[in-house]
Every structure is written in structure tokens, then in C-alpha cells.
Design a protein around this ligand. Sequence first.
Ligand code: GDG
Length: 494
Amino acid sequence: MAEIQWNKERLYKLVQSKLGDSLFIVVSNREPYVHTMSGGKIKCTRPVGGLTEALDPVMRASGGTWVAQGTGDADRKVVDERNRIAVPPEKPEYTLRRVWLTEDEVAGFYLGFANQALWPLCHVTFTPPDFREDWWHTYKKVNKIFADAIMDEIGGRKAVVLVQDYHFALLSGYLKEQNPDLTVGQFWHIPWPAYEVLRTCPWHEEILVGMLGNDLMGFHTRSFCNNFIESVERSLEARTDRESSAIVRQGNTTVVEPFPISVDFDSLSRQAGTKAVENEMENLTREFNLEGKYLGVGMDRMDYTKGIPERLMALDKFLEDNPEYRGKVVFIQAGMPSRTQIDTYQEIGQRIDDLMSGINEKYGTDSWQPVIPMMRQLSRETLNALRRLARFCVVSSLHDGMNLVAKEYVAARVDGDGILILSRFTGAAVEMQDALLINPYAISEFAGKIKEAIEMPEAERRRRMKNMREIVAGNNIYRWGGSMVSRLISIAGV
Ligand code: GDG
């Protein structure tokens, strides 16, 4: 259990009391507020997600600036001449600075190098990375565009910068070249591969040098930190100290530490316990004829790293081996298609569709379909109702930095019941040892765990869920934000 209980207020107070006169800057590819045209009017929406939720109190307390790509069709209409807008619109507390990218830049930087080279490189899923040289050049160019926008925003002041994710491997290096006195940290949301894998990238040394521009480099787990330190040891002239988890190169120190991300446990638990969710549970039970059935759910962003075909193969094997459960188990696969402009994503979508219809054709009857696809944008109520109805939730990633779906399931189980089937290859598995842990590639064993989840006695289910809920409640999203920001502020010495 965590020693200090972190929440929104505590995080807010920490930043207010410790930041001093330094400007706080967050950088991410995705923006925290999007302006779009809707029925001739400008509408402002806040994309749902843990990241904005965690960094919002930091931004509000610091009154700083969030630098991100402007993507909404009305984004340009609302900014000032320096591409800035005060947010939240109803009660402005910090600045959003938008960076504009051309279609070609998005194609090379985001769809290209970030998502077709770095994403497969960092996830061991045997999907080969595509190291196209023109994408790499555009990736560097866009990292420079962001660096210039940030330097313009800082304008000679003292500043603490927190960079998000694999879109910006070179950014911190560019910032430090322009001003070595800045304090810069970065959080890498996906795994860091072993050196043997990393070295297949023709530009891995340049990437490592860029990341060593950071004073603090954060990953989800100690094992990703160790991979990173080893990559540096084997690629660059640098002194590393495993004991203090630090790398010194050309006189500059980078501290490399794990900060496991999480969810807003209290808020999710509250939402999952509302009347609206209970009504939705009744609706879904009626609509899909779930009364008296064992429901399993999967709810992921459609990505080849999430092991969705493997879970369907395990379900198929389970129904084949256990005919007594035919007609009694229903599996709902929910989640949004993503990155659909990329071929590999279209292919995985097709493969998942084929597997689902195959299972339904093989076992389905007039009154029962084993798999129900719900691959579209679902409301918060529907997602929570599915979590609460499910006897078991399957997270079968082939490799995953953390995996928030697993933690969301646990946070939503206010009733204290339910079983999480969780891949050992997720960062979440480090903390959630009371899940039924699986190797998603081992289909028979995986099928056996589905049976175990269905047959597990209630007392055992509750014991495991109670332990997992305590862990996620303590290690919540504010602990992630709070630990990282306080570490960064202490490095800055403000
Ligand atoms: C990266 C890393 C790391 C999914 N379908 C729908 C929907 N979702 C929401 C989930 C969850 C989020 O999307 C997905 O988060 P994950 O953590 O599972 O995965 P990635 O998107 O791959 O994120 C990952 C994360 O960064 C944070 O550091 O954990 O390892 O890969 O919140 O609930 N949300 C809605 N409709 C859907 O259909 N509204």
C-alpha cells in the first residue's frame, strides 16, 4: 500500500508550493482541448483519458503552458496571433499553445516514424518496424518545430518542461542545445526494448542522445528502465550507475526511474456506482440476452499489440474443450478502431472480424451467439456497465507499457466481484499479481484460465479483487503525476 494518499488536491498544492517562479510546460502530441465546428457553432471538447486528467491539476496549479498539435477543424479560429488559447474555456487557468503540422508532416512524423517504426520497435510483437528514411527526417523536423514553439513560449524565463511519449524522442535534446539551464523530463508511455532489438533502428544512437537531453527519464517499469540503461551502455560513451539509476554523458546527468501510470480510481469507482450505470446494465442484459450467462469482456483500442486474435483463439479452444459451456458464455469485444490509415491496422481489424464470425458460425445457435462485437465509440455508462456485468475481463496484450483497461476494470468493480485475466507481458502485471496471469501466446493454457475464471468460487474472486482494488486505489493517477512532477521539481532545485 502507498504511504501517502495522492489525490487531485494534493497534486495541485504540491505544484503551487514547490514550483516557485518557474514556468511549467507540458508537451504532448495530442491536445487537452479540441475545438470543432458543430452545426455552424464552435464546440470545445476534452478528449477522455488519464493523461489529461492527471496533468490537468498540474497545469491549473502552475498556470503554465501545454504545447500540443492542433487537430480540431476549428482550432485555428480560436487562437491568438501566437497560436495560444486560455483553457479551460469556462474558467481559464492555463495556456494551450497549438502547433500546426501539414498533412505531409503528420504522415511522416505521426503515422510514419512514430507509429510504423518506433511503435513496433518498442513492442515485441514480431511486427517488423519500417525504418523509412523520409519518415525519420520528417520526425526530426517536427521535433524541431515543437522545440521552437516551446523556446518561444519560454522566452528566457526559468522553466520546467515535461515531455510526453515516443513522438518526441529528440525534443529534449533540441531544447537543451538551445538552453542547457532548462529542467526537462520525459515520460515514455510504451515499453523500451532490449538493446538487441533497439539496434535494428539505424538511428538508435541519435535517439538515445536525444533522450539523454532529459534530466529525468520515466518509464512504467524498472525493467524498461534497465533496458534503457543497457541500451545506452552498449551504444554510447557514457557512465551509468545502476545503483542510483543515473546516466552521465558529457557532464550531463539523466536519472532513469519507473513511474507506473494509473487511473483516477475514486472518480471511476464513483461513476461505476451510479444509477445511470445500473440502468445501462439492465438495458444491456435485455438487449443481448445476458440473464443467467457468464459474460466476458475485452475493451481495447484496436491494435496488433493487444492480443485480440489470441484471446479469440483461446475462447474458441475453451468452447471446443468444454461443450457444457456452449450457450452459457458470451464474450463482448468492445473498443475503438484506431490508426486506420495504416495497413497493419486494417489487416488486424479484418483478422479480428474473421475470427469473430468464425467462432459464431462454428458454435452459434438461433438463440445464442458466443461473440458480440461492439467496436465503436461507447459511452462512459456503457463501458462501466460492461465492466460491472462481466464475470471476467480479458487483457491479453502481447506487450504493453502499462495497460489502463486492466486498472479501469478493477476500479469499476465497486461490488468487489469479477476476475481479471491479464497478460504477463503488460506493465500492469507487475502490480496486479491477483489477476489470473497468462501468456497470451499459450492458447490452451489461456483457454484453461477462462474456465478457471468462470468456475472460481465467489470468496476467492472477492479476495483477489479486494487486493487489486487496494493497490490501484493507492497507486492512482495522481501518484503517477505527483511522483514525477515532484522528482522533476527537486532536480530543478526550485
Ligand atoms: C499507451 C500504452 C499505457 C479503449 N476503447 C475505448 C476506450 N478505450 C480507452 C481505455 C483506456 C485507453 O483507451 C487505452 O489505454 P491503454 O493503456 O490500454 O493503451 P494505449 O492506448 O495503447 O496507451 C499503454 C498508456 O499509453 C498510458 O501510459 O498504459 O501501455 O500503450 O483508457 O478505456 N475509451 C472509450 N471508448 C472505447 O471504445 N471511450
